[in-house]
Design a protein around this ligand. Structure first.
Ligand code: PLP
Length: 385
């Protein structure tokens, strides 16, 4: 089967929050790993070679997360990692209203008592409400879970996770931080933060899809995700996906090295936002003026239809997304913008542009031109109406 490549220089790919393009380092490492014959559980030379590259990958992922190597467990992705955390019979789970569906849905399925923590109009989880909620439950004795993202996938707004951890600690609650969108964009420090669980996903940092990790503190009392041959120290059985882990590790090393490129990416994102505002002065950009990921721009015009705009942009060579593309191919009302109290008329037209390691000035210029063409059509439609 021939696999078409969409990463051509004639297209502008601005959808890194959905999936980043594969980094060359990850591709090279995976190609080399394909020829490793051994099973990592075997004691012979081939087996030990496979084990060695898995452990090297784990060390790179741990370094990216600021975690102990022994706390990193490979999974099929962040969705699996979130579902795994929810397998513990939590007495109560508090999730912020803007969590990714893999956290929200897994929480709802596993626990009868789920509190949805409000976010404020500026897009940050309401930590005062968290304190009130937890105070009402008394000491959690480690049986209450609080799940908050480090940064939101749609808006890029960074969440007050340090405050969340401090409050949860005061009330004996455990904390899950979804760091899928911050890994490689903000320096992570799982150990110093004092959280109990952290979610990571390889394909958001330029690694392959279908692999991720749960960072889990030693005393978290989490039952095994899958039982069987005892791999991953008995925490997730099954022969390891060596190629994917190796690619994840290589991407993690590159993403950590690229942390100091955040300023460059922010300059590109700001140029994009300035360009959109030049073309359509009434454009609304969510999260300007608050702490936000340097790569994310959620922009739209009142009365617009995000789905139509995304298709029109695509026809003009630009890949962007309407709200959270990773939840499905469909466009629903954005729960995130709803939770922030953004008017429906504005929320419906919001398009997410997200940049990353391979973004270029040409992508920004192409996107602004496409935005101009798309909005010329919109102007004509308005005249006809
Ligand atoms: N959490 C966030 C914030 C995400 O953006 C995504 C994206 O899909 C996920 C979790 C799920 O990650 P994965 O694709 O590895 O299951």
């Amino acid at each position: 089967m021939e696999i078409p490549s969409v990463m051509s220089s004639s297209r502008a790919y601005l959808d890194y929050n959905a999936t980043a393009p594969l980094r060359p380092e990850a591709r090279a490492a995976m190609l080399a790993a394909l020829d490793l014959t051994g099973n990592a559980s075997s004691v012979h030379t081939e087996g030990r070679r496979a084990r060695a590259v898995i452990e090297a990958g784990r060390a790179e992922v741990a370094a990216l997360a600021g975690a102990r190597v022994s706390d990193v467990v490979f999974t099929s992705g962040a969705t699996e990692a979130a579902n795994w955390v929810m397998t513990r019979p939590w007495r109560r789970i508090v999730v912020s209203a803007i969590e990714h569906p893999c956290v929200l849905e897994a929480a709802r399925r596993s626990c009868a008592d789920v509190d949805v923590l409000a976010v404020k109009p500026d897009g940050a989880a309401d930590v005062d409400e968290l304190a009130r909620l937890l105070a009402g439950y008394g000491n959690g004795d480690g049986e209450i879970l609080v799940a908050v993202q480090h940064a939101n996938n749609e808006t890029g707004i960074v969440q007050p996770v340090a405050d969340v951890v401090a409050i949860a600690r005061d009330y004996g609650a455990r904390v899950l931080i979804d760091a899928v969108q911050t890994a490689g964009r903000i320096a992570l420090n799982f150990d110093a933060r004092g959280a109990d669980f952290m979610l990571l996903s390889s394909h958001k940092i330029g690694g392959p899809k279908g692999v991720g990790a749960l960072v889990v503190s030693e005393d978290a009392r989490l039952p095994a995700m899958i039982v069987g041959g005892g791999q991953e120290k008995g925490r997730r059985a099954g022969t390891e996906n060596v190629e994917a882990i190796v690619g994840f590790g290589a991407a993690a090393a590159a993403a950590r090295r690229d942390l100091d490129r955040a300023g460059e990416i922010e300059t590109l994102r700001d140029a994009l936002e300035a360009g959109l505002a030049r073309v359509t002065p009434d454009v609304r950009i969510i999260g300007q003026g608050v702490s936000r990921l340097a790569n994310t721009c959620l922009a739209g015009l009142a009365g617009g239809k995000a789905e139509t705009i995304v298709i029109a942009l695509d026809l003009n060579g630009v890949a962007a997304s309407a709200g959270a593309a990773c939840s499905s191919g469909t466009t629903k009302r954005s729960a995130v913008l709803d939770a922030m109290g953004v008017d429906d008329d504005v929320a419906q037209g919001m398009v997410r542009f997200s940049l990353g390691w391979a973004s270029r000035e040409e992508d920004v210029a192409a996107c602004v031109s496409a935005w101009q063409r798309v909005n010329k059509v919109r102007g004509r439609e308005r005249q006809v109406a």
